[in-house]
Design a protein around this ligand. Structure first.
Ligand code: AP5
Length: 192
């Protein structure tokens, strides 16, 4: 599951956890950034989660691969939902969050894009005062949404996984989670 910073991925996933408990579905949510942060700390680099994208790209690439291994090893049953990014804005440029080597390791059955209106995303970022978010303009957010879709299309071709676009409009995080939950249920009721 992916979406640009501040679109509300974590908020929707918190609602998804509630639904999974309610319907007794074995579902685990893992945050890719949190696992990268833990790995960086183990490597002796205690970096704030919002500063990870500022690190040398080769270091990020190494930690990204270790995080994917960790995810594969951590959960071996049930449905695993990974909270992550189609791309990360780094000093080196727009860098894929799910490049080919990571997609191959994770083998996703579904790719999800969470979207909202650019103005709403900008306003959510401004409201998150405990985070060091890039305060970019709504037009630039529009570009990032397009870039996410383009990257998702490439990932869909590479993996054969469908791409589901889910809107997280103001006050509608529960509905977004319900849509995601239903999509997962339909997909997992048919075993490969
Ligand atoms: P990550 O933790 O994913 O950072 P993020 O994108 O900033 O994610 P957040 O959880 O902070 O934001 P969100 O979009 O989930 O929004 P939220 O729910 O908080 O990743 C951290 C870092 O890890 C990345 O920057 C990168 O460096 C690294 N990383 C991650 N994956 C990687 C990968 N694959 N490869 C390489 N590096 C990777 O909501 C925001 C606000 O909006 C909140 O205040 C919330 O209350 C509000 N809100 C949400 N939904 C609604 C709604 N429907 N109505 C009203 N308000 C809402």
């Amino acid at each position: 599951m992916t979406g640009i910073p501040g679109v509300g991925k974590t908020t929707v996933l918190n609602e998804l956890r509630v639904l999974a408990e309610q319907y007794r579905v074995n579902l685990t949510v893992l945050n890719f950034g949190t696992i990268m942060k833990e790995i960086m700390r183990e490597l002796g680099r205690d970096v704030h989660r919002d500063d990870m994208r500022e690190q040398e790209i080769e270091e990020q690439r190494k930690v990204q691969a270790l995080a994917a291994n960790e995810i594969v090893n951590r959960v071996r049953q049930g449905t695993v939902v990974i909270d992550t990014h189609m791309f990360v804005r780094t000093a080196a440029g727009m860098w894929a969050g799910l490049p080919a080597n990571i997609l191959e390791k994770l083998g996703p059955r579904l790719l999800v894009l969470i979207e909202a209106e650019p103005e709403q995303i900008a306003s959510r970022r401004r409201g998150d005062t405990d985070r060091r978010r890039d305060q970019i303009l709504a037009e630039e957010i529009g570009f990032d949404l397009e870039w996410s879709r383009a990257t998702a299309a490439v990932s869909a071709v590479a993996t054969g996984a469908p791409v589901k676009v889910i809107r997280n409009d103001a006050g509608r995080q529960k509905q977004a989670a319900e849509e995601l939950f239903e999509t997962i249920r339909k997909l997992t009721s048919v075993q490969p």
